[in-house]
Write a protein that binds this ligand. Structure first.
Ligand code: COI
Length: 354
């Protein structure tokens, strides 16, 4: 595929790599392409990062026809740059787009676009420990139309951002509030899709959690509000009597790339993994009787974030004395060693930039 490259004439100063935070800074360029039914995907280009003009009646702004992805580029000890499982993001975006009646982007086109924008902004891939270049592909309906019908004009764009830890706590445990009023996803809905609408409706739970002093919300199922599903912006996993548990990805839970990678690793280590539903009552009981050994949230942005406390309806349990668990630490070390290229990747998950 041919990508036109228009380089900025005004490169931005690079931020302090020791104080990146998450998502505050944007690199110099962005990838864009357009879709129309007669031309398919066309006009692939890399242009200086900047505003995208939109008609005020663009459907994305009114009816939230929008999907996105999140992956990272890592600087290896030898100075090379590598991506982690970009094919998984491409596949997930296909599924999200199908659910939102948006055109598909072929996997190789998606991966090529990610690699090219990172190569153009290679000097934005940080090298400080724990930092990376977050890649945010997103797609939306650019067509203007107030009536509610499916549209035919779309824009796909990729921006990137040099990032450090997602949580201010870093790898230290976070506190999570279980949401019992609002729900995130229902059967037949968009829970499995990575679309802006899911995060917009989840904002109220996240806002409430933060207002009450918690870093994340934990969502329960949308029908009975009984079963543990996922955290605000990431999946949720825990260990009961040494065995790992996480909610199944059967429609209402996001099929996380980090979640999938961790399941692979745990199984290889001989640790049983239950992708099964568990009620919040049973989880809280396990917290009280000591069988809940460790818990963590996981996602591309957060990597692996230990959970030190869980509050459900005022009942708060402390997990592993509010310390990172042994298996959580081992998983974090192993996964991040692969991602940052400190050890060989036995799974074929790494895509190196040529
Ligand atoms: C990611 O982990 O890549 C996400 O998209 C989650 C978001 C809340 C930052």
């Amino acid at each position: 595929m041919e990508i036109r490259i228009e380089r900025t004439t005004a490169p931005k100063p690079k931020p302090d790599q020791k104080a990146l935070g998450f998502g505050k800074y944007k690199s110099d360029h962005m990838f864009m392409m357009n879709y129309t039914p007669d031309m398919g995907w066309h006009d692939m280009r890399i242009v200086p990062y900047g505003p995208i003009p939109l008609e005020p009646d663009a459907v994305a702004l009114h009816y939230a026809q929008e999907t996105f992805e999140g992956l990272k580029a890592y600087r290896t000890p030898s100075g090379d740059i590598q991506l982690f499982r970009p094919d998984m993001n491409a596949k997930r975006m296909l599924n999200s787009n199908r659910r939102l009646c948006m055109p598909e982007i072929p996997e190789d086109m998606f991966v090529e676009a990610c690699k090219t924008i990172v190569a153009v902004d290679a000097d934005w891939v940080p090298s400080e420990p724990g930092t990376s270049l977050y890649i945010r592909p997103f797609m939306f309906t650019s067509e203007g139309q107030i009536a509610l019908h499916n549209c035919s004009e779309f824009i796909f764009c990729i921006i990137t951002s040099p990032v450090g830890a997602y949580f201010a706590e870093g790898i230290n445990p976070v506190k999570i509030l279980v949401e019992d009023e609002y729900v995130r996803a229902v059967r037949g809905g968009t829970g499995f899709a990575k679309c802006g609408g899911n995060y917009a409706t989840a904002m109220i739970g996240q806002e409430k959690a933060e207002r009450l002093g918690y870093s994340q919300v934990l969502w329960l199922d949308g029908v009975e509000q009984k079963y543990v599903e996922e955290a605000g912006g990431m999946n949720f996993m825990y260990f009961l009597n040494g065995e790992a548990w996480t909610a199944p990805t059967e429609g209402t839970v996001l099929p996380g790339v980090t979640r999938d990678s961790i399941i692979h690793i745990l199984k290889d280590w001989g640790i049983p993994v239950h992708e099964e539903r568990m009620t919040i009552d049973d989880l809280m009981k396990a917290g009280h009787d000591g069988s809940l050994g460790e818990a963590f949230a996981c996602g591309t942005a957060a990597v692996i974030s230990p959970v030190g406390a869980l509050n459900y309806r005022g009942d708060e349990i402390t997990i592993n004395d509010f310390k990172i668990g042994e298996t959580t630490q081992k998983l974090y070390d192993y996964l991040t060693d692969i991602q940052w290229g400190r050890i060989a990747d036995p799974y074929g998950w790494i895509t190196t930039l040529k």
